[in-house]
Design a protein around this ligand. Structure first.
Ligand code: BGC
Length: 717
């Protein structure tokens, strides 16, 4: 044992030493390159020279820096100077489940798989930076990019962000985490001033960025379009300089969002490194000729320019110029498998009151698959990130492949999804009206079959970058379709495909079986059908709250969305998501962390290794979780913490740890999870520091944020 420990320590020492030496050698090399460069060559590296690249230094063998979107997979090749397709035939990629789907897996391993696929496909396309992952906090249920982002909770957000970044960068491709920071609505995203207190920033909006930088070692950060507390994010001294670079020790580069720069000198001196944007003339950009002039006028120092160039070179040496740079591959069977794994763990079973699921394939002879979403693909659509998918299995195809041998399967469209993200409201008017003809056909079909699978929800036009949804309602007259089909066939299963919370009040009341899927990638239909058939036991959990009503949610209750005079005042402070609902005793429709399984789990024997802790201690929480059913299943064990009698406002509970575990039927798993006592701190804005308040804390082992199974109390001194 002693020998093993000594060997392990020696190995660690040798590898840390080797790494430090490599980094020192690299810095020497980078310094020597910088010395050889002219000011003009340096400035050329600091701004886009095309839509998705910035200049290298060919004379010194430094290649261009190339990047691409984005969260759903590597976007198809577009023309160098405009957004039109380059019409390549070799760029169709794996479509990965959207951000909230990844978050619903509650499984960092899935985030890592996602990252590896993105990294490998980026390499095959010679992209050095992937503009992903995106994980702004889901503050407000209507945000158009909720589907791209992860969660309302900073801890879940952080654990997934770390692993997505690690996965991407394991392939020597830089992850560019975005959008830094507090970019939580699309409405007026490029002009809104977000007013947010430092405590909320530190406790809610920044943790995942910090984790991505410090634990994930992210090589790049994208500044957001909006202002935070009066200053554009692309020139925000507090965010970029004080917090990101000085406090967190970020070594990589800060890139602007596309056309998100407003001033040359302020952005350059406040630590933006590269200006990116959508259209030329590139030499007129803030970080092109105007920056050269600012340096010559002494407003920006050469030292500042050199630091930016060094950061870019550092990134290039860790990506395109790295030793053993992998070649990459696109849309391989392994990538398809990863897309399937993520999708199958992301699906959330919301209701199964009639125990209709899993379907008994032996007994079901006819299935009506109804709804536009059953045949729709989600890889492309709307404005912003999309993928030209090599393949995408629709729900209907998946159901046919899993049930087609034993049952007859027919399809009816049910509703028309007539909505375009690029249309005006007037052009989109009427999109929410039911189509009586299509409903009639669906009802006629549903009456003749053993079961109906109704695939509704939204789509990539309806949820999109660039605009927020107007309300929480299901679009396209879907409620009328649900009512009619449910009345026609009592064995109706509602499958909702969407990326953000919706109003499911009526469906929850009138339907016994509800499954939530997402924009679930290339293998969406197969994963869904496997969940319906019970080949996969659902283990997804909601990464955000579904409120009963929009007015229950903090931004609406406090009337701070979309803001007045281009100012969004985050008056709810730290009470975002379930922190708000639980602290204010507002019952949600479906709570954060919720999701059913085809089995049940009981929790017992919750203990901690000690009762009294110091802030530097590790709290080891142990419990037993038994699968009491007859099928294997994955449970997400969630640990929430609450301070008893706090001296400052604290949320009723906060997620501090979680673990997803596969547990065999009739088996008890011994679970052990660590929490750092230091992580029980709150941020004291007056002292500008984290404070672990002494006293009692409740640790709650839970199956969702509202389903607390066991509680233990500890004391922190
Ligand atoms: C988005 C970014 C994206 C960039 C480049 C912007 O509109 O906000 O997330 O990476 O465009 O496509």
């Amino acid at each position: 044992m002693k020998y093993i420990i000594t060997c392990a320590m020696l190995f660690l020492f040798v590898s840390v030493f080797a790494q430090t030496k490599n980094e020192t050698d690299l810095q020497i090399k980078i310094n020597s390159i910088v010395k050889k460069m002219t000011l003009e060559e340096k400035i050329a590296m600091l701004h886009g020279n095309a839509l998705f690249s910035s200049a290298g230094v060919p004379r010194l063998g430094i290649p261009e820096l190339t990047c691409d979107d984005g969260p759903l997979g590597v976007r198809e090749e577009i023309k160098r100077f405009d957004w039109a397709s380059a019409n390549w035939t070799t760029d169709s990629a794996t479509f990965l489940p959207n951000g909230s789907a990844i978050a619903a897996t509650w499984n960092p391993v899935m985030a890592n798989k996602y990252g590896v696929v993105i990294g490998e496909e980026a390499n095959a396309r010679n992209k050095n930076i992937m503009l992903a992952p995106a994980f702004n906090i889901c503050r407000m249920p209507l945000c158009g990019r909720t589907y791209e982002y992860y969660s309302e909770d900073p801890y879940l957000n952080s654990q997934l962000a770390i692993q997505s970044v690690k996965g991407i960068q394991s392939q020597h491709v830089a992850a560019c985490v975005k959008h830094f920071a507090a970019n939580n609505q699309e409405f007026h995203r490029d002009s809104v001033n977000t007013i947010v207190d430092e405590r909320a920033l530190r406790e809610i909006y920044l943790p995942a960025f910090k984790a991505a930088v410090q634990q994930g070692d992210a090589y790049a950060v994208m500044s957001a379009y909006n202002k935070v507390n009066g200053y554009w994010c692309s020139e925000n001294d507090f965010l970029l300089n004080k917090v990101l670079k000085k406090e967190w020790g970020f070594k990589g580069l800060v890139m602007s969002d596309w056309s998100g720069v407003h001033h040359t000198v302020a952005a350059a001196n406040n630590e933006l490194d590269i200006e990116m944007g959508s259209s030329g003339p590139y030499d007129q950009w803030y970080f092109a000729k105007p920056l050269l002039a600012a340096v010559k006028a002494g407003q920006v120092s050469v030292k500042t320019i050199d630091d930016k160039v060094r950061r870019i070179l550092w990134l290039i040496y860790h990506t395109s110029m790295s030793a053993n740079h992998p070649e990459g591959a696109i849309a391989t069977p392994a990538h398809t498998k990863s897309a399937y794994d993520i999708a199958s763990e992301s699906i959330v079973l919301l209701k199964n009151d009639a125990n209709l699921l899993p379907l008994n394939a032996g007994k079901i002879k006819s299935i009506a698959v109804i709804g536009d979403n059953a045949t729709r693909t989600f890889a492309l659509g709307g404005y912003g990130a999309g993928v030209k998918a090599r393949h995408e299995v629709t729900a209907l195809e998946g159901i046919k492949s899993r049930f087609g041998k034993t049952a007859s399967i027919s399809f009816a469209q049910g509703y028309k999804a007539e909505y375009s993200a690029n249309n005006t409201d007037a052009q989109n008017s009427g999109y929410d009206q039911p189509d009586k003809n299509l409903i009639g056909q669906a009802v006629a079909l549903a009456k003749t079959t053993d079961i109906a699978i109704l695939c509704i929800g939204s789509n990539r036009e309806y949820e999109s970058e660039g605009h927020d949804r107007k309300n929480l309602e299901l679009p396209f007259g879907e409620q009328a379709l649900v009512d009619a089909v449910t009345a026609a066939n009592p064995n109706t299963i509602i499958v909702i495909m969407a990326g953000a919370p919706y109003n499911l009040n009526e469906i929850k009341k009138s339907n016994h079986t509800i499954v939530w899927s997402w924009f679930n990638g290339s293998e969406a239909g197969n994963a869904l059908a496997d969940v319906l058939k019970g080949i996969v036991n659902p283990s997804g959990r909601l990464p955000f709250t579904f409120p009963v009503s929009l007015n229950d949610s903090p931004a609406f209750a406090l009337n701070t969305y979309p803001g007045k005079n281009l100012t969004a005042d985050y008056k709810e402070g730290i009470l975002v998501g379930y922190r708000w609902y639980d602290t204010k005793n507002i019952n949600p429709l479906y709570c954060f962390g919720y999701g059913l399984s085809y089995t049940n789990f009981t929790y017992t024997d919750l203990t901690t290794n000690k009762t009294n802790y110091q802030p530097g201690d590790k709290i080891t929480v142990s419990l037993k979780v038994k699968n009491t059913g007859s099928v294997a299943g994955k449970e997400v064990i969630q640990l929430y913490v609450s301070k008893l009698n706090p001296s400052v406002l604290r949320p009723a509970k906060e997620l501090k740890a979680f673990k997803k575990m596969m547990i065999a039927p009739a088996t008890t798993a011994a679970v052990s999870i660590n929490i750092n006592a230091g992580d029980l701190a709150y941020f004291d804005s007056k002292l500008s520091t984290w404070v672990v308040e002494p006293g009692q804390y409740k640790i709650m082992a839970a199956s969702s944020s509202k389903d607390i199974r066991q509680i233990v109390t500890i004391i922190v001194r």
